[in-house]
Ligand binder design. Structure first.
Ligand SMILES: [Fe+2]
Length: 236
């Protein structure tokens, strides 16, 4: 069936929707097995999510205010690929993240770290004909959360990918190499296979750094297949 080409259902890389160590999944996880709904023309042909309206400056989170945000300026770049390694163009990539001090500009985040008046923490970009994207931002900090005593999230950037239809969505988190918090993070560890977890960790990319300006990290998204990028446990 044509619609099945878009499905991520049964993606072996995805974490389970219920992972008790990640406490809130106990509240959100479905109690019954999902019911497959046949994909029809209305699901696989639309709507598009704003691909046409994305401005180039939206891919630079360091240029959204009058001054420059504090923190370590970085470039994150890579490609969106299908299960055969083919590039996926025209994918809307949205990101959100905390600032360098580990705080989100969101009313729910009230932990005692400073907000940065020059950093909102949201941006977007559309992949080009080669499936490539490139974002300039600030390296996010670790932050505490109340999942369990002394719980801290490793530094991460949230990503949402929208393809050509309503169903073509991947929501995931990207981590940075060598983070000492990996071993203690239930969200990272909700992906059971350690080798699959590594697919959520970007790679330092010296060739893509901008001398005197920014370090760079490479991160590819694989939408399906044996090398698929794991989804976020909230959205997998
Ligand atoms: Fe987060």
């Amino acid at each position: 069936m044509q619609g099945d080409v878009y499905s991520r259902a049964g993606n072996a890389a995805d974490p389970p929707s219920l992972y008790p160590a990640y406490r809130s999944t106990s509240l959100r996880a479905p109690l019954s097995a999902p019911i497959p709904i046949p994909q029809t023309l209305s699901e696989i042909t639309g709507p598009l999510y704003g691909q046409a309206d994305v401005m180039p400056e939206e891919a630079d989170l360091t240029r959204q205010h009058g001054g420059e945000p504090l923190g370590e300026r970085i470039v994150v770049h890579g490609r969106v690929l299908d299960e055969a390694g083919r590039p996926v163009p025209d994918t809307l990539i949205e990101i959100w993240q905390c600032n360098a001090a580990g705080r989100y500009r969101h009313e729910v985040d009230q932990h005692p770290a400073p907000l940065d008046p020059n950093f909102t923490g949201a941006g977007r970009v559309v992949t080009d004909t080669e499936g490539r994207y490139r974002i300039t931002t600030i390296k996010p900090g670790a932050y505490p959360w109340r999942n369990h005593p002394n719980a801290w999230r490793p530094a991460h950037i949230h990503f949402s990918l929208f393809g050509p239809s309503f169903l073509t969505r991947l929501v995931t988190q990207m981590y940075f190499p060598g983070d000492p918090l990996f071993a203690f993070d239930p969200i990272f560890n909700s992906v059971p296979d350690p080798q699959v977890r590594e697919r959520m960790v970007c790679h330092f990319d010296l060739d893509a750094t901008e001398p005197e300006w920014a370090l760079a990290y490479a991160f590819d998204f694989v939408l399906r297949g044996p090398a698929a990028t794991p989804g976020d446990p909230d959205n997998a």
